[in-house]
Design a protein around this ligand. Structure first.
Ligand code: ADP
Ligand code: MG
Length: 480
């Protein structure tokens, strides 16, 4: 929470100045999601949601940011960036692949892919060749259909992805766009890249881009005055895959994306999009893009059930044994992992890697006892309890002794207003619901009313211990 933090006024001013200097579009592309974490001993700590953003800002705007921080904060020698983690706060064993956390390098799609490197070389793209104009995000050769394990939770997404990949050039497209959404680690990137591999192998012109990479390409093309070339090139491909759509920011970029989307879809070229939520919940997205995205086939990938988890673990173990032939992993261990690591494909991956690493480093055979120790912190990351808005309304109205009808009504007496604000605040912080949706569920209020309530409670909680404890108690009642 940045509100109430020491230094937030200065930080707000810095953001304002950046916005004025860079223009709304560039600002919202790169700086809207930068948060001030702390400011001490001459160091300003900023956090960003993805490694891509971190590298981009560091390489392009570090000096400017430092200058502004020195203006506003006084003594500042250094700016430190950290990447806010999407799911697990700390889990050192394995660098997660995919999602927003993967660093991106900018080689053309045709170069044999290597593991994404931790450092990013941001070279200005040359604009003279078509190849460069169409450079995509790197593909991981391991993300193929062959390595994807199908189960009940992803069978529709898998079938749709296969269908898209198998469509021959010139054949009518089945559903357009195909929109996959799911929580992090459930295989969206894997499926998108599997489509890319298969379609490329079939000779189709494929472009796989993360939304951030799309933004980067577009901004770079504008700068080098090759925007028209870039747009033409985009419209000439057979299959466009956009990953992590939730990160597409900036009005002009979204408009451009909308044009691209329209012309591809109208030209019967396939578009596939993946995001961490359905289109209606992409709050910052232009309405036209949202409705165009919602007009195709929407498929949600659910949390894997036990059977699927078991098979994913089995597949990972088989792959590990290929690398380490001496490795033995008993079915009991596979069961243990599948039963206890419940959150996502990524965590299952991480669990197997960790067992193998543990075994290789200590020589200890992989057993259930060993797994209990080696995976201790992964096991704690259980799927968080799903809090429902109805539960929040019920508990808040009981706690403050106001009726639910009053909570949802237009009444503005103090005894009702504060509990209502608290309930809206809890709905925003404990559920993945969007502001407009929360507004609807609280007597059809506008999303700005919800935003106001959230800000208000954040502010009060920062200053008022009693209220902070109360909110904390309500949270525990709902979360526990
Ligand atoms: P997302 O993009 O949805 O966050 P990823 O595609 O990056 O998730 O998946 C995270 C990791 O989990 C990857 O290593 C991926 O291969 C693995 N994974 C997820 N689901 C499956 C699955 N059904 N079969 C095989 N591997 C999977
Ligand atoms: Mg992903």
């Amino acid at each position: 929470m940045t509100l109430g933090l020491r230094g937030h006024e200065e930080w707000d001013r810095i953001k304002k100045r950046l916005r004025a200097e860079l223009g709304e579009d560039v600002f919202s592309s790169w700086f809207a999601r930068v948060d001030l974490e702390a400011h001490n001993d001459g160091i300003v700590h900023l956090s960003v949601p993805t490694r891509f953003l971190k590298n981009w800002i560091q390489s392009k705007y570090r000096d400017r940011l430092l200058g502004l921080c020195q203006d506003e904060f006084g003594m500042v020698q250094q700016i430190e960036f950290s990447v806010r983690s999407a799911i697990r706060p700390s889990n050192g064993a394995e660098a997660p692949q995919g999602a927003g956390e993967r660093s991106v390098d900018l080689r053309p799609i045709t170069v044999p892919p290597t593991r994404p490197s931790p450092t990013v070389v941001l070279s200005e793209p040359r604009s003279d060749s078509r190849e460069d104009v169409l450079a995509g995000s790197p593909l991981d050769p391991r993300y193929s259909f062959a390595t994807f394990v199908e189960g009940r939770s992803n069978s529709l997404a898998f079938a749709a992805a296969r269908r898209v990949a198998d469509t021959k050039p010139g054949e009518p497209v089945a559903f357009n766009p195909l929109y996959l959404h799911a929580a992090v680690g459930l295989g969206k990137t894997h499926l998108l890249q599997a489509i890319a591999h298969a379609a490329k192998a079939a000779g189709r012109k494929v472009l796989y881009l993360t939304a951030e990479h799309f933004m980067y390409r577009f901004v770079a093309a504008l700068k080098s005055q090759s925007a028209i070339q870039f747009k033409d090139a985009l419209r000439g491909i057979d299959l466009l895959l956009i990953d992590d759509m939730q990160f597409l920011q900036g009005k002009q970029i979204q408009q451009e994306f909308c044009h691209t989307l329209n012309s591809l879809i109208d030209g019967a070229r396939q578009v596939v999009v993946a995001a961490d939520r359905p289109p209606v919940e992409l709050e910052t997205l232009d309405e036209r893009v949202r409705s165009r995205l919602a007009g195709g086939l929407l498929v949600e990938v659910q949390q894997p059930d036990l059977d699927l988890r078991r098979r994913i673990v089995g597949a990972r173990v088989t792959a590990a044994v290929k690398t380490y032939p001496a490795l033995t992993v008993t079915p009991a261990v596979v069961d243990y992992v599948a039963e206890n690591v419940v959150s996502s494909g990524r965590d299952l991956d991480g669990a197997v890697n960790r067992l193998v690493a543990h075994n290789q480093l200590t020589g200890e055979p992989i057993s259930v006892e060993m797994a209990e120790v080696a995976l201790r912190d992964l096991l704690r990351v259980r799927e968080p309890k799903k809090v429902k808005i109805e539960d929040i309304q019920r508990i808040v109205s009981k706690h403050y002794n106001v009726s639910k009808a009053d909570l949802l009504s237009a009444r503005r007496t103090r005894t009702v207003v504060r509990p209502r604000q608290i309930a809206m605040y809890l709905a925003k912080t404990l559920t993945p619901r969007s502001l407009p949706e929360i507004g609807r569920r609280f007597g059809n209020r506008d999303h700005t009313t919800v935003l106001h309530a959230v800000r208000k409670i954040e502010e009060l909680v920062g200053a008022d211990r009693v209220l902070a404890d109360e909110v904390d108690l309500l949270k525990r009642m709902l979360d526990g």
